[in-house]
Design a binder for this molecule. Structure first.
Ligand SMILES: Cc1ncc(COP(=O)(O)O)c(C=O)c1O
Length: 321
């Protein structure tokens, strides 16, 4: 059954490049490719733009005029939401958890340059951040505004469709390049990317998917499975992704958004061998996971593995590597 099309905006430059990593393939003995979603053309790029193409299409179609989202002070999702809203002429407010953040670095510099309203909440508890967002939403409604709240990371089934599309895009590119994708590696943060990739991988010939966990989430496997199946339902496909198909490997190191020695070494290796920059929170740790899995013989000899560069590079200017 053909998948149903759902309205989306064109905010990024797609297809993003996909290239073979010759230096890394030589180093690891695994045929490794990279999908450059960091080069999608909005702000410093990243995975959130594909999700936002769906979410903001929905917001615009329903007549919402002010977009809110929340996250950590250095949230890539928040900055990319702001950048996409700026492009669309939508008002945007970022409600960010401030605790532990000092000075204006990384994404906060970009938020400032875009002249975006940022409301900081000094807390350790995300429920305080969401409570503040709810208060702002009520105030906006009282003023006759129509606010649209995007959940953390844009990880809802509609957003996950962005990565269902990405796998289709990658399969076409691989065909043009003369190879078949056997395995995809991506970071799993709030799960929407992994969920969408999983659905796309199933539809495009049963590609294996390994998600690398870089933030602590309870019931994470269930969440990714739910996102994949609910995304399938949205486009009229059978929601038949089983829990066992959600393969996760944990490489969080000392904690979420705390650089790990392995992640930093992986960032340096990628930069030295390929001239490509990863980030210390998501892609560096994910690539470190990939390198470790290569050493452990996780990949079948001859497998073609695609690593998705999901962006996040502004964090290089906020955290030590
Ligand atoms: C750079 C980067 N990579 C990967 C992820 C993980 O994506 P997801 O939240 O969809 O799991 C994020 C999420 O914030 C991110 O900013």
């Amino acid at each position: 059954m053909a998948a149903k099309k759902i309205e989306k905006l064109h905010l990024g430059f797609y297809p993003t490049p996909m290239v073979r990593l010759d230096g890394i393939s030589k180093e690891t003995g695994v045929n490794c490719y990279i999908k450059r979603d960091d080069l999608c053309g909005i702000a410093f790029g990243g995975n959130k733009v594909r999700k936002l193409e769906y979410l903001l299409a929905h917001a615009k179609a329903e007549g919402y005029d002010t977009v809110l989202t929340s996250g950590g002070a250095q949230s890539n999702h928040a900055t990319l939401t702001a950048a996409c809203c700026r492009k669309l002429g939508l008002d945007v407010i970022l409600v960010l958890k401030q605790r532990g953040e000092t000075g204006k670095k990384g994404n906060l510099v970009l938020d400032d340059i875009m002249n975006v309203e940022v409301v900081f909440v000094d807390t350790d508890d995300y429920s305080d951040v969401y409570a503040e967002a709810d208060r702002i939403i009520e105030k906006l409604k009282a003023k006759g505004k129509k606010p649209y709240m995007i959940p953390v990371g844009g990880s809802v089934p509609l957003g996950a469709l962005g990565y269902y599309d990405a796998v289709g895009e990658m399969a076409v590119q691989a065909k043009e390049m003369g190879f078949t994708i056997n395995h995809i590696i991506c970071a799993s943060g709030s799960g929407g990317t992994h969920g969408g990739v999983l659905l796309g991988a199933k539809v495009n010939g049963g590609i294996k998917v390994t998600g690398v966990v870089v933030s602590v989430e309870v019931e994470f496997q269930q969440e990714i499975c739910r996102l994949a199946n609910e995304a399938a339902e949205l486009i009229g496909l059978k929601p038949d992704i089983a829990l066992e198909e959600v393969v996760l490997k944990e490489y969080i190191g000392p904690g979420y958004a705390i650089p790990s020695a392995e992640g930093s070494a992986a960032i340096r290796l990628m930069a030295e061998r390929e001239g490509i920059f990863l980030d210390p929170v998501y892609t560096g740790k994910t690539f470190a996971g990939f390198l470790d899995l290569c050493k452990k013989g996780y990949f079948t000899p001859g497998e073609n593995v695609v690593f998705i560069h999901t962006g996040g590079t502004p964090a290089l200017f906020a955290l030590p590597v």
